[in-house]
Design a binder for this molecule. Sequence first.
Ligand SMILES: Cc1cc2nc3c(=O)[nH]c(=O)nc-3n(C[C@H](O)[C@H](O)[C@H](O)COP(=O)(O)OP(=O)(O)OC[C@H]3O[C@@H](n4cnc5c(N)ncnc54)[C@H](O)[C@@H]3O)c2cc1C
Length: 600
Amino acid sequence: MVTYTAPLEDIRFALDLWSYDETVPALPGYEDATRDVVDAVLEEAAKLCVNELLPLNRSGDEEGCTFENGVVRTPKGFKEAYQAFIEGGWAGLAADPDYGGQGLPKTMQFTVEELICSTNLSLGIYPGLSHGAYNALALHGTDALKTLFLPKLTDGTWAGTMCLTESHCGTDLGLIRTKAVPNGAIGPGGEPAYKITGTKIFISAGEHDLTENILHLVLAKLPDAPAGAKGISLFLVPKFIAKEDGALGPRNGVACGAIEHKMGIKASATCVMNFDEAEGYLVGKPHSGMRAMFTMMNTARLAVGMQGLGLAEAAYQSAVAYAKDRTQGRALKGAQHLDKAADPIIVHPDVRKMLLTMRAQIEGCRALATWVGMAVDVAERHPDAAQRQEADDLVALMTPIIKAYFTDMGFDVANLGVQVFGGHGYIREHGMEQLVRDARIAQLYEGTNGIQALDLVGRKLPQGMGRLLRRFFHPVLGFIEDNQMDADLADYVLPLAKAFGRLQQATGWVAQQGLRDPEEAGAAASDYLRLFALVALAYVWAKTAQAVLAVPEAERQAFHKAKLSTARFYMTRILPQTSSLFAMINAGAKPIMEPEEAWF
Ligand SMILES: Cc1cc2nc3c(=O)[nH]c(=O)nc-3n(C[C@H](O)[C@H](O)[C@H](O)COP(=O)(O)OP(=O)(O)OC[C@H]3O[C@@H](n4cnc5c(N)ncnc54)[C@H](O)[C@@H]3O)c2cc1C
């Protein structure tokens, strides 16, 4: 089993770094979400994750889900753990109190998601999908749909899904064939009901035994739909039709046809779902399903980023424990542990480099996620419209970066974890290979990471004539200007300033060349996203160094000293990658697009 303790000290540090206390409890409705409350909730979440979820992670992977006669069973212990999860109110942590939720900030939701993903990603996917369904319904559903369904998603007795993908279309959803026609019946609130027919594939949590009902949010086309993505509508299709009082009615025409056998997240059921004239209700306006679906996807993309972070943390902690325990060879500067036949492998520079790479990425990403998580709360609740807009712009800009960079990082860090374990990492017993397999999917679903990069360069950069970009560029520039003369901060601010200069130049290059030729933007996109993310992490590491240096030297604990040395490691050993990314971006599209198809 992996070694894991919830990293609460680092989470608290990240909250302080962005002045949580002055920001989130000052928002209307979040007055009670003070740091004391946050700390207490995090302690409880840590207990749930370590005591209930973690022990089932490996057995869930070994056993997987089973499918028989249309029934999907989750592995042993999952039902009980899910029950403990919903009884603790975790399903409705950030949900609206009007529907029975706890009304806590999204910042906390993201933080708790990290802990869940560290301990049992497969199990976490079931309530994760329900959050997406909740958000889409809360923002786009009629009052009648909300009244009937949101309390059930909030208390977790019913679950949700996102049904987008079909066998011939994943990225290009404009191609979907699932049909919706009015069925002559009346749905909740007196709105017309529809008959939904088609087959969806790869549907996470499409069928399972954790809840009494499942609410599928399904993309389908109405008879008069315009061609392409503009003709897609969103429907809610319950597994069991709900009666007006919320009791279960008859079984609807939706069934699981098979489950996939896959590389990782084996305890998460990935289903083929057949809709056969199933009764469904329109969510949002006809033909505006993509808009409603993006509501789900944006929060889901941030949540998928947290999956990468959570798995990386589990890999790091396990690798550290192993590197301190495993003895091989002697330190190059001479034996360190004369009482032993060999030194622990943590003495070796190569092993240390791996551990520090893992740590610098994880802690940097956690601090970045905390900033963006708080911006989600500000965007939703701040009384001043301009502040809401600014925060929303930052979230929109950073969403593809968090989704793609964190999940690439999660996979790379899990892989480094295997490397630290040597051959023992490849053996199932230690759980390290499972982390690699589980981490891989996050780079693919919710829009592949290549598509995230296109979203960044194609949509987010030009939006509002660079308005979104300014929400990141302005604070970074301000920080550099304010601190560039501070000799104590020179090790952190100067590398940041250089890398930021590269990002500014690369942004100008992508904008200009991309206008001239979209293939230039497409060819630069994934390198640009990575360059952007590395600079964002440099910013949070420089701010981290500043916060630590503000603590009087005599009062600095090991935690603070480790932060400073990790910040220096990041600036000197990771951030220089921005130079090669910059050169690759400047090389342009020609080396990629020149080869003819037949040459491949
Ligand atoms: C375990 C698992 C769980 C999933 N859960 C769900 C779920 O709950 N609900 C759901 O609806 N779907 C789900 N999916 C589907 C998932 O979201 C899709 O697999 C994903 O969006 C990619 O679609 P695709 O597999 O069809 O790949 P394709 O779209 O065929 O893409 C193949 C490759 O081409 C690239 N590509 C495609 N188009 C472009 C373009 N325009 N420009 C540049 N590159 C491009 C992609 O980046 C990728 O590298 C799940 C998938 C898996 C494996």
